[in-house]
Design a protein around this ligand. Structure first.
Ligand code: ZN
Length: 301
């Protein structure tokens, strides 16, 4: 089945045509400018692919948010208020549907990435797991019994409260909460704390930064474990690539859980694992959204 996928990010839109990450027949990257001209280029790419390669069954869009995802809401499919200039209150579904005449599936970039890791990546075969991306900020997509968790909006697990480490007087870097998970452990927080980005740290500073990072990620993940009972936690994003972070996160998480509820699975090395799809997770997730949109059925998104 030929599907179209677009990951809409702050700096570029990654468009592709294919059926899965191993069968991508065309792809392009379009700079994110103003909505109208950016979407026009996206439409041109897909129209060209249809005329040269044959019809598409559906389009999936994985976008930065916040998005209105309640289907009954008059603004379903719109980007809500975003700091990105010109992109607040932009309809991401209607124009695509009418320009290309195809069903459109939409979700956030992190939710889409979670779906992709579930179908092809590090959470394959599981039905309840979380995908966390630790980049500039922290995003978390939760899949519960096979469905992406949605409710009144989408969850914002990156902003859960975390217990402060003893002796840590860093104020935190979240504009809303200061010392929430993202405010203590996002890439921007690391830069604010140390005066330069994580990948430029070395020696004792890097060791101290890793220890704090692991402690705060584990504090946030402890909340996730208790709230959602995931079978696995998959972590991606630039900060997750710091050397030696995963063993520290596993050890800190064990400390956070403190033996309760005593599941041996929580202590296994495959409970907290690196993401498998890398930068393809978002666009591959858009393929899952397209696939779901192409079949009228029980899928909620
Ligand atoms: Zn926050």
């Amino acid at each position: 089945m030929r599907l179209g996928a677009a990951e809409v990010g702050g700096t570029k839109v990654f468009c592709l045509v294919g059926s899965d990450p191993n069968h991508i027949v065309a792809q392009t990257r379009i700079p994110t400018r103003r909505p109208t001209e950016t979407l026009a280029e996206v439409f041109a790419f897909f129209r060209h692919e249809v005329s040269s390669g044959g019809p598409l069954a559906a389009i999936g869009i994985a976008s930065f948010g916040p998005l209105e995802l309640r289907r009954s809401h008059p603004r379903y499919g719109f980007i809500r208020t975003t700091p990105k200039p010109d992109w607040s209150d932009v309809d991401m579904v209607g124009p695509v549907r009418s320009a290309l005449g195809l069903p459109v599936g939409l979700d956030t970039d992190v939710n889409a990435a979670a779906l992709a890791e579930g179908r092809w990546g590090a959470a394959r075969g599981l039905d309840t797991f979380v995908y966390m991306t630790v980049g500039t900020g922290i995003g978390v997509g939760a899949v519960v019994e096979g469905r992406i968790l949605h409710g009144l909006g989408h969850p914002e697990i990156g902003h859960v409260s975390v217990a402060r480490q003893a002796g840590d007087d860093f104020a935190g870097h979240c504009p809303f909460h200061g010392d929430c998970l993202e405010g203590m452990a996002g890439g921007a927080a690391i830069t604010a704390r140390w005066g330069r980005p994580a990948e430029q740290l070395g020696g004792d500073e890097l060791r101290a930064a890793l220890r704090l990072e692991a402690a705060y990620l584990a504090a946030g993940l402890g909340n996730v474990v208790y709230a959602i009972a995931p079978q696995r936690i998959v972590i991606g994003g630039g900060v997750a690539g710091l050397p030696g972070l995963f063993p520290l996160v596993r050890a800190s998480l064990a400390k956070t859980l403190a033996g309760y509820p005593g599941l041996t699975e929580h202590a296994a090395d495959d409970f907290v694992v690196p993401a498998a799809l890398g930068s393809l997770a978002g666009p591959a997730g858009a393929l899952v959204l397209a696939d779901r949109a192409s079949r009228p059925g029980p899928f909620p998104s």
